[in-house]
Ligand binder design. Sequence first.
Ligand SMILES: [Zn+2]
Ligand SMILES: [Zn+2]
Length: 401
Amino acid sequence: MQIKIYRGTHRIGGCVTEIKTEDARIIIDAGEELPPFDGNAPLEIEGVTCGNAQCGGVFITHYHGDHAGMYNRILPSVPIYMGSAAKRIYSLVQRAAHAQNGTDFGRVETFKTYEAGKPICIADMKITPYAIDHSAFDAYMFLVESGGKRALHTGDFRMHGARGRKMPEVFKKYARDIDALIIEGTMMSRRGETILTERQLGQRAQKILHDNKSVFVLCSSTNIDTIAEFFWAAAAENRMFIVCEDDYQSKILRVVSQNAKSSFYDFGRGKVYAYGKNLHGAMAERGFCFIGRTNRITRQALNAFSDNVLIYSMWTGYLNKSHPAYDEYKSSFVNEAVANGSSLRYLHTSGHASADQIRRVCAITGAKTIIPIHSEYPEAFYSLGTDGAVHVLQDGESITV
Ligand SMILES: [Zn+2]
Ligand SMILES: [Zn+2]
């Protein structure tokens, strides 16, 4: 079994991994790069993005753009696979992108879907998806088996979200005796950041909602665990749960409610209000939690109320001028709200595994070979103290197990 990392050995995002056997070849994740961009030409892969199709499938772990965003460049006859709820959410995300910048989203509708625990066989290769804890809903890792060898590709993962406590059991049950572990290492270069569990985040959110009546939250519309924590915190404090009236967020939550087995993700009928001026009276009286975005609607709503608390629930790197991923748009939105009197709070938790969680997965899976990806600092794996041998590859380099 040959594993090649086309991109993502020394950066976060833009990951593309190939697994090849004698008779089969698949790609796991086809992501677009996150800023800062290195200025390289777009990634071309013979038989996948150009030339004659020679690939059994592109398997996407989850709907984040840095794992799925290259889909329009995959040759039409190469099938693309995604989880079924993830596909529906991604379709909404790409439709919104179409409205903004004309993205052609038609290909998303042709994605094939897979299910947790149900293997897909391609020639001599068996690929089994397992649900994993991440800030994207319906995210998966892949166990790839062939000729007695077992590779596990974690995708992005963590152990402190809503599924987090189940994760060690999942690894124990399905992912032991791993020959090659391809594992994300986002947090290896962010080790100073404190990691809350989503539950702790929910408790802090509830305290803020208890003490304040006008609470606005800036978070990713697809960060479902965090949104669910705010939803339940608002319910516990009898605050109204409000989303922007443009339908985007409420459609995403509807897909989640329809597809989730756990009642934690049941956003319930009539409990999610689409913002409108007609709600102002009730909002002022009951108090509210407004899940906003950096858009006009959220700005209008902020301006309609006073004594606002603005909770910034995204990675703080976007607001840091000296960070390469600095986002001027987000930053000016936040600054404007603060200048208009909003009190700013930070309440966010990472979608990614801590160094301890990574070490734990290396141990449980008994991985003989450990290949870090999705990391700015993969060399930090050398000092993790894993039993398996760490192989830091360069982009385009391959390893045979
Ligand atoms: Zn990612
Ligand atoms: Zn992700």
